[in-house]
Write a protein that binds this ligand. Sequence first.
Ligand code: PHB
Length: 396
Amino acid sequence: MTSTFGRRRAALALSICLSLSSAAGAQTAPAKIKVGFMLPYSGTYAALGTAIENGFRLQVQEQGGRFGGREVEYVRVDDESDPSKAVDNVGKLIKRDQVDVIVGTVHSGVAMAMARAAKESGTLLVIPNAGADAITGPMCAPNIFRTSFSNWQPAYTMGTVVGQRGHRKVVTVTWKYAAGDESVKGFAEGLQKSGGEVVKDLTVPFPNAEFQALLTEIAAAKPDAVYAFFAGAGAVKFVKDYAAAGLGKTIPLYGPGFLTDGTLEAQGESAQGMFTTLHYADALGTPRDDAFRLAYAKTWKLQPDVYAVQGYDAAQALAVGFKAVGGDASKRRELIAAMEAARIDSPRGAFVFSKAHNPVQDVYLRRVDGNVNKSQGVAIKALADPARGCRMPAAS
Ligand code: PHB
């Protein structure tokens, strides 16, 4: 019979053994780099979250599964695009999982909470979609980068285009939250510059997709054009409802490219001929984009969209940062400096980060043709977000 003492001794010997072997293991295989995805995997933006993750994973695969020589591992949290759960969700990645970097998210309201948590904890955050202007404005920080856009960028561009096309009185329609509000504001600024004005601003709560009352109001207002901010499943529904109400024939519908990106198969006939503005277009025909699209289609058996590109570029930016420090995440200042100096060879066209860490990028005018958002050329070249209110502190 083994005594309690004997059992304790055996347990102690085993635990010493285990810790010695893990110490030896640590010498041969450096710890993995832990990436925490905080993305919507359910709800109206679910497809966007999946595309971002797919794009990110594809780029990591192309890097041999490593950043700066260290293997990359993932943990995931479904943020449900719900700002009320954002603090808890981001806390799980920072405290429980102790990730090296957070990648997320889609929804501006959730992303604002993530940016606050990243600022407080110092955790590196790369935003692969959410356009909240404040994140690269008053909230800008050395450890926060965005590989997508600010809400102002595509919206301002569309405002200038709609004005140039001769539309004077425009109704805007959007979900009532930061991204919708900022999109409409940026659009109004561009429109005003090119001679038009917003005459009515209609909203529905996020993620409501009951649009009949709004469509009735639009029909009654008889504007020259409509500008809409919706995305994901909500964009599919809005564009279909707009066409079904017969409005498409008399009042042209415009939007930032989210209105028709990753949605065309579902929108079908209802989206044909629509003009949108975005920092990406399908079938750009450049060798870089062709290679990306082929690799993405082969890997995921899906066509990529702007969200996939933004996820891919989040991984490209991190690959540059980690390479510069040989995978040593504690060399924070050098890692950030390398990302700041990076020229990202994006499928959208190469871009650099502004001082506020937002892409300086071309914004395309696109037209829906079948299942593609076909580029009609660059509407505004190398557009930088104004980054109003950003005073970037030095990296520590
Ligand atoms: C946002 O909330 O910032 C947002 C969401 C979906 C998009 C674009 C922006 O497609």
